[in-house]
Design a protein around this ligand. Structure first.
Ligand code: ZN
Length: 373
């Protein structure tokens, strides 16, 4: 319903009285939406309440803002909200379009490497309105508006003092009715022009309470997330392999360096041993006899398993620490064979002592190259 009176009043009309919950629009005798300033004073206004249909009186005093009151003096609980819905209906009918709010739908999933988020944004959209009516199908105390646009329906809900109840929201969902909430609870609504700004621009005072296509979009976004999780899993496995390969290579290099270093030192030891043995021809060995070398502070020390369970302990010339250490262990020096002599059963004891010194007493052992030869 577009009334000439309503159109004539237009944008500059003040709505500030609604913040005191005062009604400024009503239905006149000919069922037209009429502002309080355009009617006769008092009962003569011949207007009815938009919500309950009761007769109203027009209060047009000097001091207070003009408003309608119920003739019986009753407080009509939905009078203001219903009036606002009527205004929405009239303004949209007059313009024949409405601007829907932006719709952002996002779905996030934790992937093995990082969080995945996919979103779809539907910007504000100007929709052509073929008709707009009060929603008759819902049996709620507060009416909604249903807007028809190119064969599709869209519900409009007003938020003024009360939020839309969960029960009502569930009912929109069950009926798959896309619904937009128009938030008029903030104090920015002073004139019809402010109202028009909310309805016909990308104003932040509107939001989707329910959108019928959201479920499908969410399911598509979740499917995209799953695809990306699968790709991330491959990337994760590749990275894991790369990491393992990197550390394995690093480890191998470390071992190679250590081996080379060992070989270098050991090579020196290998050359030295035949010389020492050639100076001690009395030492007799079986094939593959065990030989252990220690590098001590003052030089090398060999533990050589000889024939008949003998243990030859040969200190490099000038290895005073070894000499002192072996004396402390009570091992005798054999002047004939130029080495300390013990028995193989004591070998482990000597090794244990040397190891203990390695850890605790730097006087004896600087470093150890212990190798069976
Ligand atoms: Zn009423």
């Amino acid at each position: 319903m577009i009334t000439e009176k309503f159109k004539a009043l237009n944008s500059s009309i003040s709505l500030s009285a609604i913040h005191q919950r005062m009604v400024v629009y009503a239905l006149n005798e000919t069922e037209e939406l009429t502002h309080v300033n355009t009617v006769s004073r008092g009962k003569a206004c011949k207007c009815k309440c938009l919500s309950c249909g009761e007769s109203l009186i027009a209060r047009q005093g000097e001091l207070k803002a003009h408003s309608f009151a119920h003739e019986s003096g009753t407080e009509c609980p939905y009078a203001v909200e219903t009036m606002l819905l009527w205004l929405v209906k009239e303004l949209i009918s007059a313009q024949r379009y409405f601007v829907t709010p932006e719709l952002t739908i996002s779905e996030s999933t934790q992937g093995p490497l990082r969080e995945i988020e996919n979103r779809e944004i539907f910007p504000c959209k100007k929709v052509i309105v073929d008709s707009i009516q009060f929603e008759k199908r819902s049996h709620n105390a507060r009416p909604d508006l249903v807007l028809h646009s190119r064969g599709r329906e869209l519900l409009l809900e007003i938020l003024f003092t009360k939020k839309t109840e969960t029960k009502k929201l569930t009912s929109f969902e069950n009926r798959q009715l896309s619904t937009i909430e128009i938030d008029l609870s903030r104090n920015q609504l002073d004139t019809i022009a402010d109202f028009e700004h909310i309805l016909f621009t990308d104003s932040k005072c509107k939001r989707w309470l329910f959108n019928a296509k959201e479920a499908t979009i969410r399911s598509n976004l979740r499917a995209q997330n799953l695809e990306q999780v699968a790709l991330q899993k491959i990337e994760y496995e590749q990275k894991k392999i790369e990491k393992e390969t990197f550390y394995a290579t690093k480890n191998r290099q470390k071992i190679e360096v250590a081996t080379q270093k060992n070989e270098k030192e050991y090579g020196h030891v290998s050359k030295m041993l035949p010389i020492l043995l050639s100076e001690r021809p009395g030492l007799t060995f079986d094939l593959n006899n065990k030989r252990i070398y220690y590098l001590m502070k003052d030089g090398g020390l060999w533990l050589l398993h000889g024939q008949r369970e003998s243990l030859y302990i040969v200190a490099q010339n000038g290895n005073e620490t070894a000499v002192q250490f072996l004396h402390e262990l009570g091992i005798n020096y054999d002047e004939v064979n130029l080495c300390f002599l013990s028995i193989q059963s004591r070998c482990q004891l000597i090794i244990d002592q040397l190891d203990r010194f390695t850890k605790t007493d730097k006087r004896y052992v600087k470093s150890v190259i212990k190798r069976s030869q």
